[in-house]
Design a protein around this ligand. Structure first.
Ligand SMILES: [Zn+2]
Length: 133
């Protein structure tokens, strides 16, 4: 797990305050949208138990509560399209929407991963990212 992956998981596990964590990820010297996007997509899809459409109540609640204006393009995309299609669109989003996209995905992961930790992983799990100090 590299430094950014560690921070992403600390955000998901409430070990760092959300906004502070977002700023740490976005201001990292090695920030690379493609890398962080695909990392977040993997973690989010992994954390959603429904593997056909990746659509659960927790996912729906997460996209409704993203702490950004609901008229921002990434939020509109997430609300308007099925999960996989929305993520394919976000992957190609224009440069000045990229930071908002990362914040939105960090928020979604925080919700979906928390649900997983409270259910499937509740009695211990072998996920190394759930067993960080
Ligand atoms: Zn786990």
């Amino acid at each position: 797990m590299d430094k950014i992956e560690l921070i992403i998981n600390e955000i998901a596990q409430n070990k760092i305050e959300f906004n502070e964590g977002c700023q740490t990820v976005l201001n990292d010297k090695g920030f690379n949208f493609e890398t962080i996007f695909s990392c977040l997509r993997n973690y989010i899809f992994n954390s959603i138990p429904e593997k056909t459409n990746y659509n659960t109540q927790t996912y729906q609640n997460a996209i409704k509560t993203i702490p950004l204006k609901s008229t921002f393009t990434p939020i509109v995309i997430l609300k308007s399209f099925d999960t996989k299609i929305a993520f394919n669109k976000l992957e190609k989003i224009i440069e000045n929407e990229r930071e908002k996209t990362i914040i939105a995905l960090l928020w979604i992961l925080k919700q979906t991963d928390t649900e997983r930790r409270n259910t499937e992983c509740k009695n211990g799990c072998g996920h190394d990212w759930h067993n960080i100090e």
